[in-house]
Ligand binder design. Structure first.
Ligand code: ATP
Ligand code: MG
Length: 480
């Protein structure tokens, strides 16, 4: 990135290591402030001399993009004074005609912005903010726009966040850092031909101590990270992927291309439920927090379908609509009289056992009974219920799970994949998050427990203690 006289940006040694990797996918990850985002901005420039080159740098939301765009103005404008930035399109055009775009994937529908497009280089900054489906979708957009370009994906991330689980499984667990992970992927062409291709990926750990420029500019930065609570400190200062409470249902898949075929996706298109299937209604009461009602159909194989929901949320996440139990019951009654999949069916209600509590007068269950809506006590054994959801989400060898969700159940799709582990009860879901739909679904799953499906052995967990330089954080700290 030389212009004629001055060096605009020079990689620091660890950044150089990341930039020298030849794998198809690489994750630069770990501690905060290691110089990861700077590296992404510089890496995107590598092929801008090729006129048809297209690069894309993604952040989860547009506001988050602005800081990276600001930094690109400093680097790109100095390196290529004739490069032009288009504010509306969030796109740099270089003298050759090459383009680098900045984009976001805030909502599932934002995927459509990338439909039919192709990029030689795609970078996800803060990869753990993205879901696997989003990453996987963009993988399919990573194609050469013409001859002579190199086609590859790069990502940066700190531990933690909704994508923590899948990112760890994909990049951290299978091999030690700096070791190439090979995977065979099958590609089926429109004419039915199937070709197996090898793809490679790698994890390059990043540490704040590697970013001498930051340490010089802001000597207190490390002290600020060191003052954070333990889980955050371990994650953000030492880049420890094991300490952070990550996503619970890492197996969750929402793949719109498969909504009709129903393979390797939990979300599917709605359909008319056969009359012979059993129907359940799960309920978790809330007033200041949302209440949740979910209707489930069970087919003759015991497979469960979430077919309808009623979620008492104001629109602000985790804020309840403050409906009285009788009002909720009246709405349930109305839905069950009119929904074609529920009308005339025998429906078993299963609810949070606390709605039967009479210690403060009439119970919530009794108030709802007056409106002809009846419930039985659900089994609230938390870990067993969570395991039942894992058992049902697991795909068999044909990509078929035991729990599907109609794509109309948008609050389930929004909240259940976002659940994270509790930092104290590390095996359990963090119940301070928006877990009401999860709870209600858990009660229904416990009515029909199933066994886990037998799986191939998982890859061996990466143990950081086996890789001394990566964990001996005190030694790095001593050095500076
Ligand atoms: N090679 C470099 N040359 C000049 N400055 C750099 C270089 N690498 C990083 N920096 C500076 O160090 C600071 C932190 O870098 P950066 O934002 O890339 O870190 P990060 O790992 O992405 O941090 P976070 O984890 O907070 O996202 C920034 O101010 C950046 O400009
Ligand atoms: Mg960054």
């Amino acid at each position: 990135m030389n212009n004629i006289r001055t060096v605009v940006w020079r990689p620091q040694p660890r950044q150089k290591l990341f930039m020298s990797r030849g794998e198809d996918e690489a994750l630069y990850g770990g501690a905060a402030g290691g110089g990861k985002s700077d590296c992404a901005i510089a890496e995107a420039l590598r092929q801008v001399h090729i006129p048809h080159y297209r690069g894309l740098i993604l952040r989860k939301t547009y506001p988050q993009l602005s800081e990276i765009i600001d930094r690109s103005r400093e680097i790109y404008k100095s390196a290529y004074p004739k490069a032009k930035y288009n504010e509306q399109k969030h796109c740099w055009t270089f003298p050759s005609g090459a383009k680098i775009y900045f984009g976001s994937l805030h909502h599932t529908k934002d995927r459509l912005n990338y439909q039919g497009k192709q990029y030689d280089f795609i970078d996800f900054d803060e990869l753990t903010q993205f879901t696997w489906d989003e990453y996987n979708y963009l993988l399919s957009r990573n194609r050469p726009g013409g001859p002579g370009t190199r086609c590859y994906m790069r990502a940066q991330a700190n531990p933690g966040g909704i994508g923590h689980g899948w990112v760890k499984e994909r990049f951290i667990n299978p091999a030690k850092p700096m070791t190439t992970i090979w995977e065979n992927t099958k590609i089926t062409y429109p004419d039915g031909r199937t070709v197996t291709k090898k793809r490679s990926r790698v994890f390059v750990p990043s540490r704040v101590f590697d970013n001498k420029i930051l340490m010089e500019n802001d000597p207190d930065y490390v002290a600020r990270l060191a003052a954070m609570p333990e889980a955050e400190r371990k994650a953000l200062l030492y880049g420890d992927w094991d300490s952070f409470s990550g996503q619970v249902f890492t197996e969750w898949r929402d793949n719109p291309d498969e909504y009709d075929m129903r393979r390797n996706t939990h979300v599917i298109n709605p359909f008319r439920v056969p009359d012979s299937w059993k129907i359940y209604r799960g309920f978790d009461f809330g007033y200041a927090k949302p209440f949740s009602v979910g209707w489930y159909a069970i087919d003759h194989d015991g497979r469960m379908y979430r077919i309808r929901e009623l979620y008492g949320c104001t629109g602000t996440p985790n804020e309840g609509v403050r409906w009285e139990p009788s009002e909720i019951a009246r709405k349930i009654y109305e839905i069950e009289k009119t929904d074609p999949n529920l009308k005339g069916k025998k429906i078993r209600g299963i609810a949070d056992p606390s709605i039967f509590d009479k210690s403060r007068g009439e119970s919530i269950a009794e108030m709802m009974e007056r409106e002809r809506v009846y419930f039985e006590k659900g089994d609230n054994t938390r870990l067993a219920g969570k395991m039942q959801m894992h058992n049902r989400f697991a795909f068999d060898e044909n990509g078929i799970p035991m729990l599907y969700v109609f794509n109309t159940c948008r609050h389930f799709i929004r909240t259940v994949p976002a659940l994270v582990y509790d930092t104290v009860h590390v095996e359990d879901v963090d119940s301070t998050t928006e877990d009401h739909i999860y709870d209600e679904c858990r009660y229904v799953c416990m009515e029909h427990p199933i066994n886990p499906i037998k799986r191939k052995p998982e890859p061996k967990e990466y143990n950081p203690l086996e890789y001394e330089p990566y964990i001996s954080t005190l030694k790095w700290a001593d050095k500076y």
